[in-house]
Design a protein around this ligand. Structure first.
Ligand SMILES: [Zn+2]
Length: 191
């Protein structure tokens, strides 16, 4: 993690990444790079601090994707309050959002070693898929995919159940790695 970066990401590109202006393929490339590169993760965090809008961007849901632990550490170091729920395969969790939380993160645990591609599927309450995040970055050693939620939407949501699934994908074949259930309740007094 402390090796100097062989091909540092340009600041302008980091800004576009941070603002969500890159196309999905390029964004996925950068996700991968930032996962393994402390130097560029640090540069991204500095940029966000300089911009001064880090908290506003996060609150507005500009961060809504699969993120890395390095990225989360930088956000925490920048003073953001990160609420995290860790869910094992097949598990469920009772979750909420506090008024002063800046970021809501779900850590979906699964055995990831040796996998070439992992997709995240978000399910609505009746179990219908409404979004699929393809080929997300993951750290096989950590054994989890970390999903940052749209905290603005979830903060405003009534009590209800959400689900996510992780799939191992290889060519045309896919295999369910785990299903994760979130029993959401609004923060008391904020429902
Ligand atoms: Zn780098």
């Amino acid at each position: 993690m402390n090796r100097p970066c062989a091909s540092p990401i340009a600041l302008a590109t980091l800004a576009e990444y941070w603002l969500g202006e890159l196309d999905a393929a390029r964004e996925a490339e950068l996700d991968e790079h930032l996962l393994g590169c402390g130097q560029c993760s640090a540069a991204l965090a500095e940029l966000a601090e300089l911009a001064g809008g880090i908290r506003a961007l996060v609150s507005a849901g500009a961060v809504r994707a699969v993120v890395t632990d390095a990225f989360l550490e930088r956000l925490a170091a920048a003073g953001l309050k990160v609420r995290e729920y860790r869910v094992p395969p097949g598990g469920s969790v009772n979750c909420t959002v506090a008024p002063d939380d800046d970021l809501l993160v779900s850590r979906l645990e699964a055995p990831l070693a040796g996998l070439e591609q992992v997709d995240v599927v978000l399910l609505d309450v009746p179990g219908k898929a409404y979004e699929r995040l393809r080929d997300v970055p993951f750290d096989a050693k950590a054994g989890a995919v970390v999903v940052a939620e749209r905290i603005d939407i979830i903060r405003a949501a009534p009590a209800g159940r959400g689900r996510m699934q992780l799939f191992a994908v290889s060519g045309e074949a896919e295999r369910l790695l785990g299903e994760y259930t979130f029993n959401h309740a609004p923060w008391p007094g904020h429902g």
